[in-house]
Design a protein around this ligand. Structure first.
Ligand code: TYM
Length: 332
């Protein structure tokens, strides 16, 4: 039976963190076992925020190394750089003719960027969802493992797929968001202000490259409160987030003990954070060490990128020929 096709990407704009891990990469690792997977570093997307050219390669290598350290097996999944697949920008150009200025201007992530970088509201930011749709549709993917922050982009990808199919003929399936665990859709920042992110709230975000002492310090500073006043109270978001993290890295009986302490109003957050800090440090350490070693092995990273690009281009080439044919670009 033909396996379902899966696509997902991560921007090369900084160090990967627990949100990237639990929101995305953890799903990739499971999906690679029984899906046809394409995972990539979205280096073109990172250009929307004008990175320094001298940092690009290091950033791309780091994302590749971190993905592998988290468990991506390049013999099962294709792992490549977006810019190594020229069929993606070609499809992006085609899809741009089916995307409208008005709808792009309404996208919340675009509005956020306009607020964050008013001096650099470039067309790449506006058409960010179109490039993302091209990333996905180029392999005719059915499933896209992403966190909650990317859901609106997925909806747009479905719209562009539909419009293309209607105008030119059936080519693209409509890709759906996929994840195994609902709780990890949005890993909150430890200060309770928004989500963990590569560039904001860095002191309240745990990076996969953080050392044990940094992890302990960040977790001990996580926002808590005086504790619940009534048995079985609903958890505020920032407390729930600590429990979500604990569930991911601690033994089930540890989480159960603290959950029942919370429900009985005798939880001691200091103790809980100490336990979580130890378990988190133990969880991150092997990923950090493996990624650091891999990142230094340039020969291996280059080989991985080349192998990934070859596999991605084989699939992308078929889609782009079909797209050209349907649009009518076939002159000889
Ligand atoms: P990026 O690089 O911001 O994030 C990579 C993945 O991590 C998820 N994520 C989170 N999940 C839960 N909690 C968080 N705090 C958290 N922070 C990040 C994101 O949802 C994402 O799955 N536009 C994309 C990259 C991209 C892409 C694509 C993704 C480009 N083309 C095609 C899928 C398909 C982005 O900026 O992700």
């Amino acid at each position: 039976m033909k396996k379902e096709i899966v696509v997902s990407g991560i921007r090369s704009t900084g160090y990967l963190h627990l949100g990237n891990y639990f929101g995305a990469i953890q799903n990739y690792v499971k999906m690679q076992e029984d899906h046809d997977c394409y995972f990539f570093v979205a280096d073109y997307h990172s250009l929307t925020t004008h990175p320094d050219p001298k940092d690009l390669k290091t950033n791309v290598y780091r994302v590749v190394a971190e993905n592998i350290a988290c468990g991506i097996d390049v013999n099962k999944a294709a792992l490549y750089a977006q810019s190594d697949v020229p069929e993606i920008p070609e499809l992006y150009l085609m899809l741009n003719m089916l995307a409208y200025k008005g709808e792009l201007e309404k996208v919340p992530t675009f509005k956020d960027k306009v607020r964050q970088q008013p001096e650099n509201v470039n067309a790449g930011l506006l058409t960010y969802p179109v490039l993302m749709a091209a990333d996905i549709l180029i392999h005719r993917a059915a499933k896209v493992p992403v966190g909650k922050d990317q859901e609106q982009h997925l909806e747009m990808a479905r719209n562009f797929a539909q419009r293309f199919n209607k105008r030119y003929g059936e080519l693209f399936p409509e890709p759906e968001v996929f994840r195994y665990n609902r709780d990890t859709v949005k890993i909150m920042s430890l200060d309770g202000e928004g989500k963990m992110s590569k560039s904001e709230n860095v002191n309240a975000t745990i990076f996969l490259s953080d050392d044990d002492a940094t992890i302990r310090k960040k977790i001990m500073k996580a926002k808590t409160d005086a504790g619940p006043a009534e048995p079985n109270s609903e958890m505020p978001e920032y407390i729930k987030n600590l429990f979500v993290l604990m569930q991911m890295v601690s033994a089930p009986d540890v989480t159960a003990t603290y959950t029942s302490a919370y429900n009985n109003c005798n939880i001691r957050y200091g103790d809980m954070k100490k336990q979580l800090a130890e378990d988190m440090a133990a969880f991150v350490a092997p990923i950090r060490e493996k990624a650091a070693a891999l990142q230094k092995d340039e020969v291996l990273i280059k080989k991985i990128l080349r192998q990934g690009a070859e596999k991605a281009r084989a699939s992308a080439g078929k889609t782009i020929s079909e797209a050209r044919r349907l649009i009518g670009i076939s002159y000889y």
